[in-house]
Design a protein around this ligand. Structure first.
Ligand code: C2E
Ligand code: CA
Ligand code: CA
Length: 716
């Protein structure tokens, strides 16, 4: 029997201790409650430290758990449950809470079957509870992340051949259903035919790999809408069954659209929507490699910079947009158009012969001329200069093809703008404006070897002989190596393009003043110098001019400068400073080629110049064109109100001269009055006139003792 006692008593006690189970034993009749040593130990107490009252456990129970714990016991005692099973927190000796699982029940009843004794065990489940809490947190976070990313979760049970779509998945597919379970065919019925094979393959791939498989595909919703979705899929093995495929699904339509937009933006110019430079280069490279007869057009807008600077960038942008639209509108579908930057465009014309190129260039020129530039810039139209290069050799570099077209474009500009020119590799320096670099280099050489010549053209006071005013505009001429005289219209743009225009202008000024300083000093004549935009913005210009004047003895008042309206607008600040310094020194300043740019008259108020030279294009047809007459008369009216004199250029015919004189235009210049000739000849003549005039007046003075007349009036 000792054996049996052992089993009933110490033996079980040992087992319970090992299992870390605290035992309680509650006698309902006496109200006594026994707690095992392990139970006390679980709560950090030693043997005998706790008073063994029946409600000891309740005193130690967390207030929030008491009601539940008591109820669980009462329900069982009342016979409503088979056993007590509840989780509660007990206070540890050191103050923290210990989660325990309490399980037990009635172990003895009286004769009437009423419970008289209950026993139970409590185990410490704190760790488990913590793990549960952590898991709960993870779940909440995960759920939040899924909700935030709009990701749906689905799985497919391989054995049951059934799929389960969560609410979000159903929303993505536009499926109206209350349950998760869907037939296994359902998914396939949504697939876009073009993506079906790939999507199906990707969904089966996880069976062969441990990895997560990602796939993007399109679905067609029941209402016909096409959406892009992305799924991540993996296989989850299961010992009991064939396992399941678990996946996510996310609607990525917006991201896809954005991606497509970005891809488009990377290839296109944001303002005009035409191809951008990089895309054009790539396309051109492809075409050069494969196509036979390919033409590249380089299209440069004329006078755009002035428009941009004067009317503002918004107006400039609008003009570019309109021009691009018009150009695009006149092109056949096979032609690709690009904006290379600024006001430069390019066309790629596959299968193009000379006649087609000519027709197309004509159409593009007309398109640019006809473009509606918006109200701000409506006063004058833009034009374009087009260079065309044919590419027949598949080994041509993209940069070379474009450079040839650019060269031809430059030639078109040099030839007077609003026209096209075709690149020809045979063209030689100086004859056609091609090979601008060579021409610019030759200009530099010409300064050293005497081939750069000074010419001049008289400026007349209308209705009076030149002898009375003796103003002269200095004009440069380049004697080519073959002896031909190259007009400045050809070599000056080249000089500007290759940065030697400033040197050229300085050379002209220094040479003219050195040779003719004494004549200027004697008042025989005044000289006007043309300045390029580069010279205008040269900060050392006045130091140079002052030094030359000091060396040569030429008086400031005998010197004038002509700056073009376009250059002035383009370099506004520099031009303002230039004019201010000129005025300080009493040098004359004229605004040249006025009207050719895009500026409005308003602009004139900002430059206190001495004279405005109306662009020759308004004068040459003045007899026939009422429009030109109105423009000239308006310009002269404004000029008069501002106190500056007006010079009309390019007077070639008597009727033009008469009209201008009638309008009250004070000064004129043109072949009718004087053809440009070497400056030396003009100076010689002027000195002679001056000498004879002095003689005459000296004679007269000695005869009449009257004082000499005041010098010719000039705006102060
Ligand atoms: P510009 O300043 O407008 O000079 C007037 C141009 O018109 C000159 O051409 C002159 O010869 C030409 N011309 C004058 N009267 C008539 C006429 O009745 N009919 C026609 N058809 N033409 C006439 P040129 O000498 O060929 O000069 C062209 C341009 O080159 C000048 O235009 C000026 O902008 C520029 N240029 C000339 N010399 C220099 C220079 O030393 N430096 C700079 N920066 N530019 C210069
Ligand atoms: Ca001029
Ligand atoms: Ca001019």
């Amino acid at each position: 029997m000792a054996d049996k006692k052992e089993r009933n008593g110490e033996f079980w006690e040992l087992a319970l201790d090992r299992a870390h189970l605290g035992v309680w034993d509650w006698d309902l009749r006496s109200g006594d409650c026994f707690y095992s040593a392990m139970w006390s130990q679980m709560l950090g107490y030693g043997e005998g430290e706790l008073a063994k009252t029946s409600d000891l456990w309740l005193q130690l129970t967390h207030p929030d758990d008491r009601e539940r714990a008591v109820a669980s016991g009462e329900r069982h005692i009342a016979g409503l449950t088979d056993s007590i099973e509840t989780e509660l927190r007990l206070k540890h000796k050191s103050g923290h809470w210990v989660w325990v699982l309490d399980r037990g029940g009635v172990v003895e009843r009286d004769a009437d079957g009423r419970p008289v004794r209950l026993m139970g065990v409590q185990t410490d489940i704190t760790k488990q509870k913590q793990a549960e809490a952590t898991l709960e947190q993870v779940n909440v976070r995960f759920g939040l992340a899924l909700a935030a990313s709009g990701t749906g979760i689905w799985h497919h049970d391989l054995a049951a051949r059934k799929s389960y779509w969560d609410k979000r998945t159903r929303e993505i597919f536009g499926l109206v259903a209350d349950t998760d379970e869907v037939s296994q065919e359902l998914w396939h019925s949504y697939l876009h035919p073009d993506d079906r094979a790939d999507a199906e393959r990707a969904h089966l791939a996880p069976l062969q790999t441990q990895k997560v498989v990602a796939v993007q595909y399109r679905i067609i919703k029941r209402d016909g809408e096409i959406r892009h979705v992305e799924s991540l899929i993996r296989f989850i093995a299961d010992a009991q069954s064939s396992g399941q495929i678990l996946g996510t699904v996310r609607d990525v339509t917006k991201a896809k659209q954005r991606e497509q937009e970005l891809a488009h933006a990377a290839r296109h110019d944001a303002l005009t929507g035409l191809l951008n430079r990089a895309a054009f280069d790539r396309l051109l490279a492809e075409h050069i490699a494969t196509a036979r007869r390919l033409a590249v057009f380089y299209v440069d807008l004329d006078y755009f910079k002035a428009l941009n600077d004067f009317a503002g960038h918004a107006a400039g942008d609008l003009a570019l947009k309109r021009v691009a639209e018009r150009i695009l509108g006149c092109l056949p579908p096979s032609v690709h158009a690009a904006r290379l930057g600024g006001d430069e465009f390019a066309l790629l014309v596959p299968d193009c012969d000379a006649a087609q190129a000519e027709r197309l260039a004509g159409a593009v020129l007309a398109a640019v001329r006809d473009a509606d530039l918006g109200s701000t810039a409506a006063s004058r139209k833009l034009a374009a200069s087009i260079g065309i290069a044919f590419v027949a050799d598949a080994n041509t570099a993209v940069a070379d093809a474009l450079a040839c077209a650019d060269d031809a474009c430059y030639a078109a500009k040099a030839a007077g703008r609003n026209r096209f020119a075709v690149f020809s590799p045979e063209a030689t320096s100086g004859s056609s404006g091609l090979n601008a670099a060579r021409l610019a280099a030759d200009t530099v050489d010409a300064m050293a070897d005497g081939r750069l010549k000074l010419f001049g053209q008289e400026i007349h006071q209308l209705g009076k002989p030149w002898q009375e005013s003796r103003h002269v505009e200095v004009l440069a001429r380049l004697a080519g190596r073959n002896g031909r005289l190259i007009p400045p219209g050809e070599f000056i743009p080249a000089a500007e393009r290759f940065g030697v225009a400033s040197r050229l202008d300085r050379w002209i000024i220094r040479t003219a003043l050195s040779l003719h300083g004494p004549a200027l000093k004697s008042g025989a004549l005044t000289l006007g110098f043309n300045l390029s935009a580069q010279t205008l913005s040269d900060p050392q210009l006045w130091d140079f001019v002052d030094a030359v004047i000091a060396e040569t003895g030429a008086p400031h008042s005998g010197i004038g400068f002509e700056i073009t309206e376009t250059a002035a607008v383009t370099n506004f600040t520099a031009a303002e400073q230039f004019v201010r310094k000129a005025r300080e020194r009493r040098c004359r300043v004229s605004l040249d080629d006025f009207g050719a740019g895009m500026s409005s008259f308003e602009y004139l108020r900002r430059f206190p110049v001495d004279a405005i030279k109306i662009d020759g294009s308004f004068i040459e047809h003045i007899a026939e064109s009422r429009f030109d007459r109105e423009i000239v008369s308006a310009i002269s009216g404004i000029a008069r109100s501002l106190g500056c004199s007006v010079v009309a250029e390019k007077i070639e015919a008597q009727d033009a001269l008469d009209i201008l004189a009638d309008m009250g235009i004070a000064f004129g210049q043109g072949f009718l009055l004087h053809r440009p000739e070497p400056l030396q000849a003009i100076v010689t003549r002027a000195i002679a006139i001056r000498a004879s005039a002095t003689q005459v007046s000296a004679t007269r003075a000695s005869k009449t003792r009257a004082s000499a007349p005041a010098a010719a009036g000039r705006r102060a």
